[in-house]
Unconditional design. Structure first.
Length: 176
């Protein structure tokens, strides 16, 4: 994985972000390289910054197998839907909406084409950026059940935060 272009594009006013990104690249203990690659790609795409998503895809494409890349895309797509729906049920005052069947097809959750833990990792990252309390909580609980430590869950939150910040920085730079 080569993140040099992305790192070099982070300006001096965002030195903290550049250093945080470097730290993540050099120390993501608890995640294998494919899980990490999928997490940073998920965060970039979920941040809705096309340029960053393209850079990240180029940076990780040799690391991820086709089925893993497809699962990353599936996680982002399904979380794009579920984050909005379940955030609605969380935000609305009438609790009866949460008791209603969602009526949304979510079959990918049963068979994502990769190890369930990998799909949960990428779903959590997308949900953190998507800001859905129920989804974040659900995926965090699933990861804990799969033996993922709280430190790794926190690492995933840091990945989401740093990559989202890089997406914001790119918007700042483009808007100048």
């Amino acid at each position: 994985m080569n993140f040099e272009t992305i790192q070099n594009g982070i300006p001096e006013y965002a030195k903290d972000i550049r250093l945080n990104f470097s730290s993540l690249i050099n120390n993501h203990a608890g995640l294998n390289e494919n899980q990490f690659a999928g997490a940073v790609l998920t965060a970039a795409i979920a941040s809705k910054n096309t340029a960053l998503a393209k850079y990240m895809h180029q940076a990780v494409k040799e690391q991820l197998q086709d089925n893993e890349l497809n699962a990353v895309h599936s996680a982002i797509a399904i979380m794009g839907m579920t984050n909005i729906y379940y955030r609605f049920t969380d935000l609305v005052d009438d609790a009866s909406y949460a008791a209603m069947p969602a009526g949304l097809r979510m079959n990918i959750l049963r068979d994502p084409g990769v190890a369930k833990v990998d799909f949960e990792i990428w779903s959590l990252v997308a949900s953190i950026i998507g800001g859905c309390h129920k989804c974040v909580s659900s995926h965090e609980q699933q990861l804990i059940k799969h033996g993922i430590s709280k430190e790794v869950v926190q690492l995933l939150a840091r990945i989401a935060a740093v990559i989202h910040s890089i997406a914001c920085i790119q918007v700042i730079e483009i808007s100048k």
